[in-house]
Design a protein around this ligand. Structure first.
Ligand code: BGC
Length: 767
């Protein structure tokens, strides 16, 4: 059940939205779910093909440019149009293009098949002259051969013979989408790429090579088209911006068109030659079968099942599927805010990866997680450089938004000032380590990153007259409250960063003394710094408001007036599109979870009472204008035993894109929220936490469900978890016995001997 997302919508607005929903990707390339035949002239379609991390630099212009403002911004480029396949029906001189807007549409539907990793679109069409054709477009972005995008088209004449002309094109002259009314979409610089070469190879493949103007990157598409029909001769014509391949034939029986496009780029070795030789002769089934096998393995280790609600089941799988489609695997790329589904936020990578998406990968696909972290390690030098530019004498400051490592944020209050990203990255390295036990990784990469980010906090913060360690003039996650002193989230995450730098340094010193000496030398690191880190962590300023018994979001937050959310008309949301930032900064009003998120990530830092009060307080002043909020409030509501609320926030996360509840899914999917759906179940309803002293659960079952199950890996072992109203069942599928905690009691699972822990129907509030 619920493996397929279906639609039969043909209106332009929904089709534009579906370009995101039905995109095909594999972590390296992403192709929006555009129609092969395109949109009617003048109508908006965002026709895009992207390579993860392929960008150009575009200049940033400021009215007043101050020190440290970035000169340019990286932008993920629309590489070229590789999707076009037009079908013309009729005799020469009297041909009609097959589309949703011509002739007569007899039937139309499309599907996203998450089990097999493909999309399928069917159009049964009749021309004005009565020719009938059933066309099925199957698409696949190969998970096993990352440069391959395949379109497999079946043509079936359903009422006599049909004269058909196929026109397939590779077009290099494309631009990015812009929207000057929404800062979350690019507002300018829709730059064309240089079409460097369009040619036909000896083996008959069409190739188009494009080059960026500034970053010097090149991308190449090599495309072949195979029509399974005797006598269907094709010919190709090269022009200044691309290649068109044309074939005409009379169709009397079902035939297929197999268009394979291999995308490569200059950051990789030149692999296109290998692909042409090895992969071009393989039958299409080869790729479909490999894709199905890959997806089978993925679902086997990652699927979440909910009994009792198909809509939610569909939503969870949809979100996980698109995360898989978007996650870079090559340590040079990451997951952008919109994945590979669209152009919102310019294809930039944010803290979204570490805090919202990485947990799923750490717990189900640790190899992908490792590569995502290696990407961060790969830009550590850039982060050191950025710290210098920002006036720091030491340490590494990661860019708030970036592609290949440079800071791309032009609006510093809600951008560069979010120093917490460095601690977020450090946090995720530690989570990866705790979940996998991969000490080697920490010896070679993680510890260096922890030490350098810890140094940043030493340089950014300072001890005040009362001996407290403060961090001033930064922005926390909430982008409606900017450049503040002692943002609770930032301080507590910095504390964790400092603590773990010390712990990991000691571990490496003990386990790998040679590597430790080498690291000390490379970083000119003195062990006295560890003492200073520990002291700063111990004295980190984490105040509790006396009267309210909550953690103030920052030093001035509680002194501001409270924004009247109830009196704000619905059409004024999201506030950022309707109010000057300063207006927002003057009020207690949050775009997203901030202190509450800190409590989720580091729950042992505060008392239960302070966390509960904080939850209640901040919920009242949060607009949820950022999609990164619902999951956090869902998890913390579950944490405090309010399952009904947890459930309702969960509903807001799970179908956000499928139901377009934020109204901007056409610009790309909300990837962080998608990761949040996974979290809401595993860390929300099942209450999973990974801590230094082990694996913890607080399982609960929303009354709307009969049961939910999920899989996870922990320290090299595979676990199946099954939660019903009566039991929390843990099955260890492999490896040495594992101890874990459920509601503060320790249990041990042995291989293939399920442990049943009665949970009754109680929730935390009743315990
Ligand atoms: C949120 C940020 C987030 C960014 C990209 C913004 O709207 O406020 O926290 O990183 O979107 O998803």
């Amino acid at each position: 059940m619920s493996w397929v997302i279906r639609s039969d919508a043909t209106d332009l607005e929904t089709l534009l939205l579906e370009e995101s929903l039905f995109f095909n990707g594999n972590g390296y390339l992403g192709v929006r779910g555009n129609l092969e035949e395109g949109f009617p002239e003048g109508e908006t379609s965002i026709r895009g093909t992207y390579i993860n991390g392929f960008y150009d630099d575009v200049p940033l212009t400021y009215g007043e440019k101050l020190h440290g403002f970035p000169d340019s911004q990286q932008k993920q480029l629309n590489i070229m149009d590789i999707q076009s396949v037009d079908l013309w029906v009729g005799e020469n001189g009297n041909q009609e293009k097959v589309s949703l807007w011509t002739g007569e549409v007899l039937d139309y539907s499309r599907e996203l098949d998450m089990k097999n990793g493909i999309t399928v679109r069917k159009l049964h069409w009749r021309s004005s002259n009565g020719h009938e054709l059933l066309v099925t477009f199957k698409r696949l972005a190969s998970m096993t051969h990352p440069s391959l995008f395949m379109q497999y088209i079946t043509l079936e004449p359903t009422n006599g013979t049909v004269p058909v002309t196929v026109v397939s094109r590779l077009e290099g002259d494309v631009v990015n989408h812009i929207d000057t009314t929404d800062p979350r979409v690019a507002s300018g610089h829709a730059k064309r790429l240089l079409v460097w070469d369009a040619s036909l190879t000896n083996s008959g493949m069409s190739t188009v090579e494009v080059e960026t103007y500034t970053s010097g990157l090149r991308a190449k598409a090599a495309s072949s088209i195979d029509i399974k029909l005797t006598g269907a001769e094709s010919s190709s014509a090269v022009d200044a911006t691309g290649i068109t391949t044309t074939a005409s034939f009379v169709l009397s029986e079902t035939t297929t068109i197999d268009k394979r496009t291999f995308l490569t780029d200059s950051r990789k070795d030149s692999v296109s030659a290998e692909h042409q030789e090895n992969l071009i002769d393989k039958p299409p089934e080869y790729f479909f079968e490999k894709q199905t096998a890959y997806m089978r393995d993925f679902w086997k280790t990652a699927d979440i099942q909910i009994e009792g609600d198909d809509q939610l089941q569909e939503g969870i799988r949809f979100n996980m599927y698109h995360l898989l489609q978007s996650a870079g695997r090559d340590a040079q790329s990451n997951i952008s805010a919109k994945g590979l589904s669209g152009e919102g936020y310019e294809g930039h990578y944010f803290w979204d990866t570490e805090i919202y998406m990485l947990p799923l990968f750490i717990m189900t696909q640790p190899n992908i997680a490792k590569n995502l972290l290696l990407y961060r390690y790969g830009i550590l030098n850039g982060a050191r450089q950025r710290a210098k530019e920002m006036g720091h004498t030491q340490g590494a400051l990661f860019p708030w938004r970036t592609i290949s490592g440079s800071e791309c944020s032009a609006f510093f209050p809600a951008g560069s000032a979010q120093y917490h990203i460095s601690a977020d990255i450090a946090y995720s390295f530690v989570q990866y380590y705790l979940a996998t036990g991969d000490t080697d990784f920490m010896i070679h990469y993680g510890t260096e990153l922890l030490l350098e980010t810890a140094r940043l906090w030493m340089d950014t913060g300072h001890f005040d007259a009362n001996g407290r360690f403060r961090v001033d003039a930064v922005t926390g996650p909430d982008e409606y409250t900017c450049v503040v002193n002692n943002n609770y989230y930032t301080n507590v995450m910095a504390k964790y960063n400092l603590d773990w730098a010390v712990k990991m340094a000691k571990l490496v010193k003990r386990k790998a003394p040679e590597e430790w000496s080498h690291l000390k030398q490379t970083l000119a690191f003195s062990e006295s710094e560890l003492v200073a880190f520990a002291e700063a962590a111990e004295h980190m300023y984490l105040p509790v408001d006396e009267a309210l018994q909550i953690n103030p979001q920052d030093d001035s937050f509680l002194q501001k007036g409270i924004w009247n959310l109830a009196a704000t008309p619905d059409d004024q949301f999201p506030l950022l599109l309707h109010y000057h930032p300063l207006t927002l900064y003057r009020y207690q009003v949050c775009k997203q979870a901030d202190t509450v998120l800190a409590h989720f990530l580091l729950e042992d830092e505060q008392s239960e009472e302070v966390m509960r009060n904080s939850y209640q307080y901040y919920e009242q002043v949060t607009t949820f204008d950022s999609s990164l909020s619902f999951c956090i409030f869902s998890m913390m509501a579950a944490r405090f035993g309010n399952l009904d609320k947890a459930y309702h926030y969960f509903i807001d996360t799970v179908r956000m894109d499928l139901d377009n509840t934020h109204g901007n899914t056409k610009d790309g999917l909300h990837m962080a929220n998608m990761g949040g759906t996974w979290l809401s179940i595993v860390s929300g309803f099942a209450g999973m936490r990974i801590k230094e002293d082990g694996l913890f659960f607080r399982p609960q079952l929303p009354e709307q469900w009969d049961r939910y199950t999920f899989h996870m890996q922990y320290q090299g072992r595979q676990l199946d978890i099954d939660v019903t109203g009566r039991f929390f069942k843990v099955t260890l599928l492999n490896g040495a016995p594992l101890s874990f905690n459920v509601w503060d009691q320790t249990y041990t699972a042995e291989q293939n001997k399920p442990v049943h822990i009665p949970i009754g129907t109680k929730t935390l509030s009743e315990k």
